[in-house]
Design a protein around this ligand. Structure first.
Ligand code: ADP
Ligand code: MG
Ligand code: MG
Length: 213
């Protein structure tokens, strides 16, 4: 049971990897408008390192939590850039929240999403409206918690959450960046969504689709 869940996590990483490889140049172009243009490259380097570390951990018999935490460490070490530190730290926190013992309940998965988010808030100190990936992440988790609280089935709740992240990422186009490298050229980014929010929403949608269709 717990082994099977670790394999599901592996599949999620694989889906994220395909998604980010496919989006690499688009994310780079977005980041080049007001940032330094490396967001696509950084996400690809991060997910590749995370994936390789996860394969190794799984081969060595690690449980899902340890596997994800290790993958997060590799992501943070290899990606370079702000988003790498945040994604890596978030993955480690999600892994710590899940643990290695059993496959999580739906509530356990929601708790892992909250742990991912809280670690990113702590590390990056961005607030809602700063035009960062937090602007996609907060609506995702809020929707997940609300939908679950209103009795939605887990699959429906995750779908709704991924859709909320996608529209929130789109909505960042109107924002002015308050954090990160996009800040000095802030005005230029108006009209373009935040690259980090966009990649986060893409990964969320792809992973949710993979497990619910
Ligand atoms: P860098 O900015 O170091 O080149 P990336 O280009 O990979 O790193 O990532 C840029 C993205 O990181 C931004 O689009 C934004 O979403 C996110 N980001 C930057 N600073 C923060 C922060 N303090 N908190 C949360 N997200 C941030
Ligand atoms: Mg960049
Ligand atoms: Mg950079």
């Amino acid at each position: 049971e717990s082994r099977r869940f670790a394999q599901h996590c592996m599949s999620a990483l694989e889906t994220a990897r395909l998604t980010l490889h496919e989006a690499e140049s688009r994310l780079g172009d977005m980041d080049a408008i007001a940032g330094d243009g490396d967001h696509g490259r950084g996400m690809v380097r991060g997910i590749d390192a995370a994936f390789d570390a996860a394969v190794l951990a799984l081969d060595n018999g690690a449980g899902a939590g340890t596997m994800l935490a290790t993958a997060g460490d590799a992501w943070a070490a290899k990606a370079g850039g702000t988003s790498g530190v945040l994604w890596g730290g978030g993955l480690r926190a999600a892994g710590e929240s899940l643990g290695d013992e059993a496959a999580p309940s739906p509530a356990g998965l929601v708790a892992a999403a909250q742990a991912f988010t809280n670690r990113i808030l702590t590390l990056g100190k961005a607030e809602a409206g700063d035009k960062t990936l937090v602007d996609a992440l907060l609506p995702l988790v809020r929707t997940l918690v609300d939908a679950t609280g209103n009795g939605a089935a887990p699959q429906a709740a995750w779908h709704e959450a991924a859709r909320a992240a996608a529209s929130a990422a789109e909505a960042t186009a109107a924002f002015i960046p308050k954090k990160g490298r996009a800040r000095p050229l802030a005005e230029k980014s108006i009209g373009t969504p935040d690259p980090g929010a966009t990649s986060l929403a893409m990964v969320a949608a792809a992973v949710v689709d993979r497990f619910t269709t």
